[in-house]
Design a protein around this ligand. Sequence first.
Ligand SMILES: [Zn+2]
Length: 301
Amino acid sequence: MRFSMLAIISLAVLAGCSTASSHQYSAVAVDFPSYDALRAIMGDDDDILMLLPPGVESHGYEPTPKDMIAVADADIVVYTGGHSQDWVDRLLSASDDPPLCFRLIDQVELLSEESREGMEDRGHHHGIDEHVWTSIPNEISIINNLADALISLDSERAEEFLHNADAYIAELEALDEKIRKIVAASRLDTLIFASRFPLLYFVSEYGLEYYAAFPGCAEETEPSARTIAFLIDKAKEIDAGYVMNIELSSALIARTIAEEAGCGVLVFNSMHNITLNDYLAGETYLTLMARNAEVLEEALS
Ligand SMILES: [Zn+2]
């Protein structure tokens, strides 16, 4: 993979340079949060290419040569940024005529990945936490700034882009308000994740506590007996009704912990990627986050 990377980058850069700019500009989203933000502003009719296929666990994703050419050839590339997507940065910096580049991590105030009591993080590199979209106020900043970026590319559609962005933001604000009310009215203020924890921005925004088996982007997904025992004890200690799992992640650990602690399992959607079913059903960041609000109400009750 590493060896061929340079060759592929050169190929992609060449492809980018040799293609005459087309009538309709091309928007490439590397991942689901980027795709959803583009779709919310540009509308459903636009051709937006999402590189990470629905249903694929995002941490195992490696770009194909075709993906790299699509990035080099695009008019705008939207991606989260951060360690797991530094291939996009390298590709764009090698180009003489790079596309407009919009990184979600550049739109918000960043947090560092945390190590919590009981968490499995042997050898894990604690960098910035890149899962910035999981806080609704962050998502609102992303939508606002992306609308400006798109207008700079296509000023003729400024009114349409602003209208779409404003409508989406109004719905996001209502959902944000709803989640704050749920948290304020809840018996518990702690969530227990039997999985990776890509939700640091979410819990920080809403003043929640958490325990988790692994930090945000950990490669490891097999917790030790000690970690499992810790999470079982915590679930019992706070009398949790549920332990949480995230989408596209094995439910085995969550079920084990839940069984021992005498509680249930709920799935919280981090939206790192979207499941194939949700994608085909036309779910969006907004509808998935609305589902999270229901899950949260249940989990904290
Ligand atoms: Zn991640």
